[in-house]
Design a protein around this ligand. Structure first.
Ligand code: T4K
Length: 369
């Protein structure tokens, strides 16, 4: 195979220019303060809270730990309902927090949990519902709040994909008891690795701060278990720079999304998954569904693309419900199975220009049998 172009990845890094990184890291070296709620973490928390319109943001090591510590600090118990169609971290974080994940199916159009998919799974052992704003599309938070309220359940959201997204005119970040974000390298807002919990509940925020840090600090409360989930100053420095660039990066993502969408819409057998039109989006992911009449399976198309250095991904194949430790139950999640065998993510993020999109689309057209 002739290779004439660099590989294109899902979630290419948005990188701040090196002069700004050097200045920020020089500051850390001069202060000789690397971690444990340093000034950059405090500043990042304040800026994130302002941006999300919430009272409290607690920055931690990554999005998985954010969900783990928030679930632990919320004193949830027993079973927690979450979507089967999600990155394994959502369930694994809850398992680490001592909870029993119960996997619900999702809506085929939005790829999100709904009140209808949750309802049949509620029993006396369920204490909470955790929605996931898949690809940044906010869940129907009002419907989920309705069913949670009816059964006196806690409601929370894994907003790993959702920074800068919204539900109608409300920003993701303030829904439910808490929401958790990922600032992994591949996310539009990134700290290299990082994450945060957002909540309007001041008492819960204090409990999360205590659970996430062994070091005693004023305001700590009594909790049953603690862990080291601290964000470092280096991570916060990257996050602050990324936040400065955030609006420009969203605008660039939107241009890429619209270019892909216009070019792919007429390829018979590929369904382009639109971002929500009823609220803001960060346009982070470019998502396709491969229909049967495309003539190639999702796996076959992924390989075809990858052999041509287009490193498409099939999140979340084969589905968390099909791998340990969750595969011992016979979950009734047909839409999740359908999505796991159809969905493909195309290269996205910084450095993907118009010519790259033309190249990807031309390979998709060549792949059509
Ligand atoms: N909840 C949900 C719904 C999530 O989707 C995630 C994570 C979480 C919770 C947990 O959040 P974190 O604990 O991760 O903060 C990626 C990301 O690692 C993960 O954050 C994300 N969701 C998931 C959907 O995708 P991988 O293992 O497929 O990605 P990775 O690291 O292989 O990167 C993808 C491509 O990007 C690579 O093929 C190469 C390129 N790349 C990657 C890195 C890290 C680079 O070019 N440079 C880099 O530095 O999971």
């Amino acid at each position: 195979m002739v290779r004439n172009a660099p590989p294109l990845y899902v979630g290419q890094l948005n990188t701040p220019d090196s002069d700004r990184v050097t200045t920020a890291f020089d500051g850390i070296l001069q202060r000789r303060y690397y971690t444990n709620h340093g000034p950059l973490v405090a500043e990042l928390e304040a800026r994130l809270a302002e941006r999300l319109g919430v009272r409290n943001v607690i920055c931690v090591t990554n999005g998985t730990v954010a969900l783990m510590v928030a679930a632990k600090a919320s004193n949830l118990s027993g079973k927690v309902i979450l979507p089967a169609y999600t990155f394994p971290a959502t369930a694994q974080a809850l398992t680490f927090a001592g909870l029993e994940p119960v996997l619900a199916d999702v809506d085929p159009r939005t790829h999100n949990l709904t009140a209808a998919t949750v309802a049949p799974l509620i029993d006396a052992d369920v204490s909470a519902i955790v929605g996931v704003h898949m690809w940044g599309r906010a869940c129907d938070v009002d419907a989920l709040a309705g069913i949670a309220g009816e059964h006196t359940l806690s409601l929370a959201f894994d907003a790993a994909h959702g920074f800068g997204c919204g539900y109608m005119d409300r920003s993701v970040g303030g829904f439910g008891r808490f929401e958790t974000f990922s600032f992994h390298a591949t996310k539009i807002l990134n700290c290299a690795e990082g994450g945060c919990v957002s909540t309007n509940d001041d008492d819960l925020a204090q409990a999360i701060r205590t659970v996430a840090n062994f070091h005693d600090r004023p305001g700590d409360v009594s909790v049953s278990l603690r862990i080291n989930g601290k964000m470092s100053e280096a991570q916060a420095a990257m996050g602050l720079l990324s936040l400065e660039d955030f609006d420009a990066n969203v605008a660039a993502n939107r241009d890429r999304y619209l270019a892909y969408r216009a070019a792919i819409r007429d390829i018979d057998g590929l369904t382009f998954v639109d971002h929500a039109s009823d609220g803001p989006s960060n346009y982070q992911y470019v998502v396709l569904e491969v229909e049967e009449h495309f003539g190639r399976s999702q796996e076959d198309l992924m390989r075809f693309l990858q052999e041509r250095d287009v490193i498409a991904r099939r999140y979340f194949y084969p589905g968390m419900h099909r791998v340990p430790p969750y595969d011992t139950t016979d979950w009734d999640v047909p839409e999740t199975d359908r999505l796991c065998s159809r969905v493909l993510q195309l290269p996205s993020g910084d450095g993907i220009g118009g010519a790259d999109i033309d190249r990807v689309v031309s390979i998709l057209r060549d792949a059509k049998a």
